[in-house]
Write a protein that binds this ligand. Structure first.
Ligand SMILES: C[S@@+](CC[C@H](N)C(=O)[O-])C[C@H]1O[C@@H](n2cnc3c(N)ncnc32)[C@H](O)[C@@H]1O
Length: 228
């Protein structure tokens, strides 16, 4: 599978971000799925609501260990899946897990940057029925560009699904402070007023967006509908 991971060229200024992600995940990737299930909350809900059309195409930007792609392949048994990540280390784990799960013919991986991803070059597919971003926006310094890229990669009438950390407004202030401090160790920086910023971007792009808090605002889920 590692040989089958296509490699798109990174812009020179992104090499240091790619190196940083490799450093964060070089060892973490071995305990990632077991540990993250306790605090990356909302990923299964996103997958449940993806509902791609029959034989649809689904792309994950920032696919990590491939956990979401494998769950999506199990949930929707006729869709074709694609994942991109900037970390070669994460892609090594994703490649192995996908083969182990027997999905190497349906899940395709590429190394690339979510903010400027040429899917046609990597996969021979220009637009997807569903594009999703799960807990990756908060690790991408130029995350607005990842949103812009997701619009480009979604076909007319398709949807973009997002899940990420919320602002924990229903929790004691200290909880948010400790959580954010701990996340910053892993270079994760939850985005202030993400719902407002997503709504503004969707309005500009003439798209409909619904944003809902999950787990009392610990996470948030957004679905953006592109017009036909
Ligand atoms: C917290 S992990 C989330 C992984 C997976 N989506 C999940 O829900 O478990 C964030 C992932 O985003 C990737 N990432 C960070 N910046 C990226 C970028 N600019 N382009 C593509 N992937 C990126 C990291 O390498 C990492 O695998």
């Amino acid at each position: 599978m590692t040989d089958q991971i296509s490699n798109t060229e990174l812009q020179p200024h992104l090499q240091s971000h790619s190196n940083l992600m490799d450093k964060v995940y070089r060892n973490q990737r071995f305990i990632y799925n077991a540990s993250r299930k306790y605090y990356l909350l909302g990923r299964d809900q996103l997958i449940k609501e993806l509902s791609p059309p029959p034989r649809g195409t689904v792309l994950e930007l920032g696919a990590g260990t491939g956990r979401n792609l494998i769950c999506t392949a199990k949930t929707y048994d006729d869709c074709e899946l694609y994942g991109v990540d900037i970390s070669q280390e994460m892609l090594k784990t994703a490649g192995k897990s996908i083969v182990k799960a027997g999905f190497e013919n349906r899940i395709h991986l590429a190394k690339g940057d979510a903010t400027n991803f040429n899917a046609e070059k990597a996969f021979g597919v220009k637009e997807f029925d569903r594009v999703f971003i799960s807990f990756s926006l908060s690790m991408i310094p130029e995350w607005q560009m990842a949103i812009a890229s997701s619009y480009e990669l979604t076909r007319p009438g398709g949807q973009i699904h997002i899940v990420d950390f919320g602002e924990c407004k229903q929790y004691p202030k200290m909880f948010q402070k400790l959580l954010y401090a701990w996340l910053s160790i892993f270079h994760v920086h939850p985005i202030r007023n993400l719902p407002g910023q997503l709504k503004e971007a969707a309005n500009k792009a003439n798209c409909k967006v619904t944003v809902k808090p999950l787990y009392g605002g610990y996470s948030l889920q957004a679905i953006i509908q592109k017009p036909r």
